[in-house]
Design a protein around this ligand. Structure first.
Ligand code: UD1
Ligand code: CA
Length: 479
């Protein structure tokens, strides 16, 4: 049920300079989706009456992702006044005039925070008297965070940013998590008073806390049970720390749902992936994007699947596949490359050093070694021998190859597209198929073999080959 008394403000306007990246910080990937998408998903779970996202740096790229992930969010452009305080001030101005509830402010760069923890914050705030309640934590390394300064009685007094803190203040282990719940009126009045008089020349949202205290309001800080919940991402080291934590959580969740993960440390599962019970993931496996793996399938070792669908009981070993469908009971690998548009039928095989692209391969059909099949449709129960390839590219355009069912295509056959082979057709080894092959025909293009006797003795006298041939002749005539 929508919480009519709740508005959520997502702060996403910062520059993210510490990432040193051409990609905006909040669009860096974590578990296969942008950092900010995690925060938006959590906001969505809370089902607030209003969500406002504040953007500025790379605003179009951010706005596009926000519109896609949470279309109901109102996007507000932060002006040239920098700082989290200014961002919230503008977000509050964008709320409907009749809204009078609570404002939950979340930093866009705190992606691991879950809805359950936020619900506890909301409940704690609503059951208490404080004008604001914030989340705090005790991370192993507090460097860079704003520190929570408490009164001798233990009440929250103010927040001091790392850059503005004294040596003593920097020794404080409790930090501001960047997650705040304010009563709207108290927040709005205080924001107007925040100055830019600090080390970064920004309007700090955190100054609202001290201003509320000075005006006689109570403010509470609620420590989270585990500090990883509120770890912010400012640089790439924090990004990989968060990715490892998220992955460990996901691996554990899937293990408890019945998936065997032999080596959690080298297995990576994206948030959108779906795994059935009795799937086995072997070391070095990456299940990326919206990949779906059905029951009984074994993936790995050393396999990357991006946006793939793997059927029941299939085996995918040392392979790289993108936007591909692998049928039930099919086998892929070792050392196979499935490019977008590959559809391998049930019980089929794509084997060693075989590559496919935009290719629909029928049930039970095998491409066992050294194949390239692109822009093709192959029927069921066929066999493509070692080295069979489709020559789909004439240097300018791509062309299609159509192959019927139950074919036997011999080794090193080149199918020069556009071309068709009928049901049950054969080719001889080394055939170059340039014309359609009717059903049941054998296509051969290689000239009959001719042996020129004594060629080595005449043309390569005195070589090892000559000596070996003479020894063989002698042995034969001696018998
Ligand atoms: C902020 C807090 C700090 C806290 C930490 C927790 C302030 C002043 N400091 O510091 O106390 O410990 O988060 O992670 O708030 N943003 C805007 N507009 C801006 C600047 C930032 O929308 O003008 C957004 C950023 O995109 C980001 C969030 O606000 O999502 C936090 O900004 P960031 O610069 O990372 O703040 P910190 O220095 O980490
Ligand atoms: Ca931050």
């Amino acid at each position: 049920m929508t919480d009519q008394n709740l508005a959520i403000v997502v702060l996403a306007a910062g520059q993210g300079t510490r990432m040193k990246s051409a990609t905006p910080k909040l669009l860096h990937e974590l578990g296969g989706i942008p950092i900010v998408a995690h925060v938006l998903a959590t906001a969505k779970e809370l089902d607030a009456a209003h969500v406002v996202a504040v953007v500025r740096h790379e605003r179009d790229r951010l706005a596009a992702v926000i519109a896609q992930e949470l279309p109901e969010a109102v996007i507000v452009d932060q002006d040239e006044v920098p700082g989290t305080g200014r961002a919230v001030e503008q977000a509050v101005e964008a709320l409907p005039a009749d809204f009078a509830g609570d404002v939950l402010v979340v930093n866009g760069d705190v992606p691991l925070l879950d809805a359950a923890t936020l619900r506890e914050l909301i409940a704690a705030h609503r059951s208490g008297e404080a004008a604001a309640t914030i989340l705090s934590s005790f991370p192993a390394d507090a460097t860079g965070y704003g520190r929570i300064v408490r009164t001798p009685e233990g009440h929250l007094d103010r927040i001091v940013e790392h850059k503005d803190a004294t040596e003593d203040e920097r020794r404080i282990g409790e930090i501001n998590a960047g997650i705040y719940l304010f009563g709207l009126a108290a927040l709005r009045d205080r924001l107007a008073l925040v100055s830019t008089d600090n080390a970064q020349g920004e309007k700090y949202l955190t100054d609202v806390i001290a201003l509320l205290r000075e005006a006689g309001f109570d403010v509470d800080a609620l420590p989270v049970p585990e500090s990883w919940l509120v770890e912010g991402i400012n640089d790439r080291a924090q990004l990989s720390d968060a990715a490892a934590k998220l992955n460990a959580l996901l691996v554990r969740t899937w293990q408890l749902a019945g998936v065997t993960v032999q080596d959690p440390a080298t297995t990576w599962i994206d948030v959108k992936a779906k795994l059935a019970p009795d799937v086995t993931l072997l070391p070095g496996t990456q299940i990326r994007g919206a990949t779906v793996v059905k029951t009984g399938a074994t993936i790995g070792p050393d396999t990357t699947l991006l946006d793939c669908e793997v059927g029941e009981g299939a085996t995918v070993k040392r392979a790289d596949a993108t936007l591909s469908v692998i049928g039930a009971g099919a086998t892929v690998g070792p050392f196979s490359y499935l490019r977008p548009g590959t559809v391998l039928g049930a019980g089929g095989k794509i084997g060693t050093f075989s590559e496919t692209k935009n290719a629909v391969i029928g049930e039970g059909t095998k491409l066992a070694h050294f194949n390239y099949v692109g822009d093709a449709e192959v029927g069921a129960r066929g066999n493509l021998g070692a080295g069979v390839i489709t020559a789909n590219y004439d240097g300018v355009n791509k062309h299609r190859t159509e192959i019927g069912s139950d074919v036997r295509i011999s080794t090193n056959t080149v199918l020069v597209a556009p071309v068709r082979m009928g049901d049950g057709a054969y080719t001889g080894a080394g055939t170059v198929v340039r014309k359609d092959v009717p059903a049941g025909a054998l296509a051969i293009t290689v000239a009959p073999q001719r042996n020129i006797e004594g060629w080595v003795a005449e043309k390569r006298p005195g070589t090892d080959a000559d000596r070996a041939a003479k020894a063989a002749d002698a042995a034969e005539s001696g018998e």
